[in-house]
Design a protein around this ligand. Sequence first.
Ligand code: 13P
Length: 256
Amino acid sequence: MNKQLRKTVIAGNWKMNKTPQETTQLIEEIKPLVANASCDIVVCVPYIDLHAALEATKGSNIYVGAENCHWEQNGAFTGEISAAMLSAIGVHYVIIGHSERRTYFGETDVTVNQRVRAALKEGLTVILCVGEYLEQREQGVTDELVAMQVKIALGGVSKEDLNNIIIAYEPVWAIGTGKTATAQQANEVCAVIRKTVAELYCENCANAITIQYGGSMNAKNADELLSQPDVDGGLIGGASLKAPDFAAIVAAASKS
Ligand code: 13P
């Protein structure tokens, strides 16, 4: 019932794949396949591909996102890109706190929060990623850990700004491994996230926020995952790089 209150959003996270030329090609392939979708569609691409993606998606129902941003507007941060720069070229979305950033690039809950606030300030919609490692699941601390990640990431974020936040639950053990969380596991943690938002803000805020699942979502398992009451979309890695697979997930989301 509450699901109707929320936007279903399917986002591709292309990670470090595709050149600008390949970006144009893949988007041209995806466009006709998703033209009649009733969910929101986003492709999050490497910085170097943003221009090509913006050009190729013009006039379509596909939004463009980046895969990260820095928390300062500008300055001596060699190799970084600010939220202000993304917004200046017309990017709408940005992924923040992906587990690959946390694991390989030293991002912490605190820097995730700084990036979230910078992105919101520039009018971007944030896809905030949270999720546990396998050992943490086995230790039984998933719920507490994910709630803590959400609380720290949303520190200083107003109720109004919450409208520009999507939370993606991505269990680290399910990313790129072919091991998907069961639909029940995915739903349970998405519900914990929703409860955390209710505690931090309000019941209506929790009912309105889009919560995605990510981790080996594909054309085959999307239907079951997306039909869960607390799963409002997907953040898709590998399967977002193949137009027919991505389109099949979009089609599943358009039904849910
Ligand atoms: P896979 O779909 O390849 O498991 O990646 C998920 C992910 O990390 C999306 O951000």
